[in-house]
Write a protein that binds this ligand. Structure first.
Ligand code: FES
Length: 111
């Protein structure tokens, strides 16, 4: 079983404490590219059942929290998902969530 213990990571000139589980989830051990922190709070988005959405994972999109193609030339790809029902979803803008696309509260660890 994966052990969770604190580590320190450098994110865009900020020291952020993360546990090893979050670190692995964000592919930081495999992908050394770091996403741009586009925001420090989730954005509410009205999702429509059956519609397909592409969440920006690189943080460079000017259409946050959705992809605008700005990841081209990076190792990031958008998280494409289909809404199962009409709902207001709170999508991650910090790009550090452990549940790609959806805010999981990780932004609260940012200063
Ligand atoms: S905005 Fe990224 S986890 Fe909340």
């Amino acid at each position: 079983m994966l052990q969770c213990f604190p580590i320190i990571a450098l994110y865009h000139y900020r020291i952020v404490a993360l546990d090893i589980h979050s670190f692995i989830i964000h592919n930081s051990l495999i992908n050394m590219d770091k996403p741009t922190i586009a925001g420090k709070a989730p954005l509410p988005v009205e999702l429509k059942a059956g519609e397909t959405y592409a969440w920006c994972s690189c943080g460079k999109s000017s259409n946050q929290p959705m992809c605008d193609g700005s990841h081209k030339g990076t190792s990031f790809v958008p998280k494409v998902f289909k809404a199962e029902k009409d709902q207001t979803a709170y999508l991650c803008t910090c790009k550090l969530t452990g549940n790609p696309g959806m805010c999981d509260g990780t932004h609260k660890k940012l200063e």
